[in-house]
Design a protein. Structure first.
Length: 171
């Protein structure tokens, strides 16, 4: 009798899509894109653009692809950089009717939008309620659980384990 293969962690890529030309942007509190998730694990929670790393895909390619698929914005490879990584566990305890437990390693990237064009669009309305520009300080406040917004688990894990990491301004 063979032993069942244990589940493997999934690899997600989250993108801090910076808007350095926004009037509220400062290097100490950058402004970036977040949206409310729909129809997936983390539904109703706020997260950055992102998705799964595909087999054979470079991290920068994944970030560029996910941003375009979700927001319609096109980034240049030189405007995308690695930031950090987090290790997240979330989901139910396996009981009937509850979501299965998930294990994700999230690779956090930073991308810069030059402010040209019409801005982000909600290209996948079945997956996202819409996009908003959010300040770093506001995201940290949401993570404190003030009820204003609930952040997706990998985002709160980022702040809990890598809170000192601030996305670079690309200057």
């Amino acid at each position: 009798m063979s032993t069942p293969t244990p589940p493997h962690p999934r690899i997600g890529v989250g993108i801090f899509l910076l808007h350095p030309t926004h009037p509220l942007f400062t290097p100490a509190s950058p402004i970036f894109l977040m949206g409310q998730r729909l129809g997936s694990h983390g539904a109703g929670m706020w997260a950055h653009p992102g998705g799964h790393l595909e087999f054979g895909e470079e991290l920068e390619e994944c970030a560029i692809r996910e941003v375009e698929e979700e927001t319609g914005l096109c980034l240049k490879r030189e405007d995308v950089r690695f930031l950090t990584a987090t290790n997240s566990f979330f989901g139910g305890d396996g009981k009937e009717g509850q979501e299965e437990r998930k294990h994700y390693v999230t690779i956090w990237m930073v991308g810069r939008w030059d402010g040209r064009g019409e801005g982000p669009r909600n290209v996948e309305p079945e997956k996202c309620a819409g996009w908003e520009w959010v300040l770093w300080d506001d995201m940290k406040r949401y993570a404190e659980g003030n009820g204003e917004r609930t952040l997706f688990s990998p985002v709160t894990d980022l702040l809990r384990t890598r809170g000192e990491v601030l996305p670079p301004s690309f200057e």
